[in-house]
Design a protein. Structure first.
Length: 320
């Protein structure tokens, strides 16, 4: 605990979309927060509102290198990683390194500080799933040498490393498998469906749907996810837990919803389906309901309206 008696919490990837929202949540819960980020995909704009907060500290650091922090640490949330389809293609080595070396260094810090460690894993560990909906006992269907394999396998390795530290070193660990999440502070050009469709709709451009748009996704609003993250960290469950919204819809339906909410004149065009793009994605959240008393609260439309308002402000600033 810090000198003020506050829990000291480290967030790797703390300037990213999820890391910055988590920092806000933990500060409101009375934590002292140290955010680490090398800003390869993070953005200081996501945390600039925390400048001057005496309980928040930002350190620009690559977590694949040794992490030194003086003083006590109670919790470590490991969120550092490129996490979008564009990143997999442009930053494949960095994605693999942060999943392997970054997780190793963060776990080493947890062991040294006797801190509880939280791994942000992903639904991508299930690959292009043959089980639907996906539950935690499913081992996945991943192409290890495909273009998406750098992210899928980095997270699968990170899960294995986390469980090894838990079993061999006795480190307290938690693992979340995050399904599609959206909200303010998403990167406008990261290639994910939510910012891509909203950006295209706000600019009146054609909305690009891959394949016939029959592939499905399940969208969870960021505040719901962060609540689930906190509950999992404070639980006693060491094995992976799915956190996401089980409401499933096709990508084509989602594109039509974005056009409606943006009041856009955009038309939908179709492009070939990328290699290894998952055809279905829907979480089974029975474990989260049972162990954490958690399920999503935000309906899709109000969540999308908040997200669209954020991107509309970026457009007015010529940032998209």
């Amino acid at each position: 605990m810090s000198e003020q008696g506050m829990p000291v919490t480290v967030i790797t990837g703390g300037a990213g979309f999820l890391g910055s929202h988590l920092a806000d949540y933990l500060l409101a819960k009375g934590h002292s927060v140290i955010a680490l980020d090398n800003l390869i995909t993070g953005n200081v704009a996501n945390i600039e509102h925390l400048a001057g907060n005496k309980h928040f500290k930002f350190i620009e650091h690559d977590v694949t290198e040794y992490i030194y922090l003086p003083g006590p640490v109670d919790y470590i949330f490991h969120f550092a990683s490129p996490a979008s389809p564009i990143d997999y293609l442009e930053l494949p080595i960095q994605t693999l390194k942060v999943g392997a070396l970054g997780t190793h260094k963060a776990l080493g810090l947890a062991r040294a500080k006797k801190a509880r460690f939280f791994l942000a894993s992903t639904s991508e560990v299930y690959g292009d799933p043959l089980e639907h909906p996906q539950q935690e006992t499913y081992w996945g269907n991943v192409n290890p040498i495909g273009p998406r394999g750098v992210y899928d396998e980095a997270k699968r390795f990170a899960e294995a490393m986390t469980m090894a530290y838990h079993r061999f070193h006795g480190v307290e660990t938690r693992i979340i498998r995050i399904f599609n999440t959206y909200g303010p502070r998403m990167r406008p050009h990261d290639g994910r469906v939510v910012p891509t469709f909203i950006g295209q709709a706000l600019k009146g451009e054609s909305i690009t749907v891959f394949g016939e748009g029959n592939q499905t996704r399940s969208f969870c609003y960021v505040s719901d996810l962060i609540e689930g993250i906190y509950r999992l960290m404070m639980s006693d469950c060491a094995e992976p837990v799915n956190i996401g919204n089980p409401r499933e819809m096709s990508v084509l339906q989602f594109a039509e919803e974005i056009i409606r909410l943006c009041q856009s004149s955009s038309e939908i065009i179709y492009k070939p389906l990328p290699e290894d793009d998952p055809k279905i994605r829907q979480p089974n959240i029975e474990k989260a309901k049972r162990l954490l008393g958690w399920e999503p609260q935000m309906d899709l439309e109000p969540g999308l309206i908040k997200t669209i308002d954020y991107f509309r402000e970026l457009k007015e600033q010529n940032l998209i």
